[in-house]
Every structure is written in C-alpha cells, then in structure tokens.
Design a binder for this molecule. Structure first.
Ligand code: ADP
Ligand code: MG
Length: 138
C-alpha cells in the first residue's frame, strides 16, 4: 500500500468539480484517508512548491494556488502515486491522455485542476506538509 498527496486546485474548486474529481478517485479504488479544505497563504504555497522556486512560472503558480480554497487529500492504494498521476494526466492538458482529469477539465498549463505527488519521497514530504499523523485514518 502506498500513499500520495492530492490537491484539487483553486480552479477545480471554483468551477464546482470537487465531486467529479472525487468520483474518479473512488472509481479507481484510491481510498481517501485524510481530507481538508483550506486557503493557502503565500508562504505555504511557496514552501509546498519550493522545488520549483527557480522556475519562471513560480510566482504565477504560487499566486494561483493562493487565489482561492483548495481541497487537500491523502490517497491510499496499490501503486497510489503512479495510479493517481495516470488518472490526473500530463501537466499540459493538451498532452494529457483521453479520459484523464486534466484532459477533461484543465483550461491552461497552470490551471490544471489537480496536483499529485510524483515519487515516494515527494509524497512523504507533501503529506507531512499538510497533515499530522492524528489526521490520517489508519
Ligand atoms: P505536475 O503538477 O504535473 O507535477 P510540475 O510539478 O512540473 O507538474 O509543475 C507544478 C505545477 O506548475 C503544474 O501542475 C502547473 O500548475 C504549473 N506549471 C508547470 N509547468 C508550467 C509552465 N510551463 N507554465 C505555467 N505553469 C506551469
Ligand atoms: Mg509536480
């Protein structure tokens, strides 16, 4: 069993597709073991995306991520990290596979509806960034 961090980004929440995203998680047997809604402040978003701090899109990305509420979840399942990345689709929705969340709902390379951890190391960092051990269902 593996765990991964999922975020429904501000565009997804604002457009009313929280339910659509969660339905796809449930259909694919990714079990939600923690979930909260929050509005990140700038420092929180910058810390979360610190791996991208040298990228040209960093300021725009952190601004976007603080522009409205997000839904942060921990998902559990077999190969959860890779499986969820497959359900999400490629970063650029124009390159995302048919039937993926980003292909179906993203409007922009930045406003791409969802975040998912990309490795076991990032998953551990990202889960710990938002949740303490008492908030995770065992
Ligand atoms: P992913 O979310 O698929 O793991 P990255 O980790 O590379 O993608 O990038 C983090 C987020 O930064 C992306 O989901 C997207 O919102 C934004 N982003 C990535 N590349 C670009 C880009 N070239 N221009 C604008 N925003 C970008
Ligand atoms: Mg990433």
């Amino acid at each position: 069993m593996e765990r991964t961090l999922s975020i429904i980004k501000p565009d997804g929440v604002a457009r009313g597709i929280i339910g659509e995203v969660i339905k796809r998680l449930e259909i694919n047997h990714l079990k939600i073991v923690a979930m909260k809604m929050m509005k990140m402040d700038t420092a929180q978003a910058q810390g979360f995306y610190s791996v991208h701090k040298e990228r040209p899109f960093f300021d725009s990305l952190t601004h976007f991520m603080t522009s409205g509420p997000v839904v942060v979840m921990v998902l559990e399942g077999e190969n959860a990290i890779t499986k969820y990345r497959e359900i999400m689709g490629a970063t650029d929705y124009r390159e995302a596979a048919e039937g993926t969340i980003r292909k179906d709902f993203a409007t922009d390379i930045e406003k791409n509806v969802v975040h998912g951890s990309d490795s076991p190391e990032t998953a551990a960092f990202e889960i710990g960034y938002f949740f303490n051990r008492f908030e995770l269902i065992v």
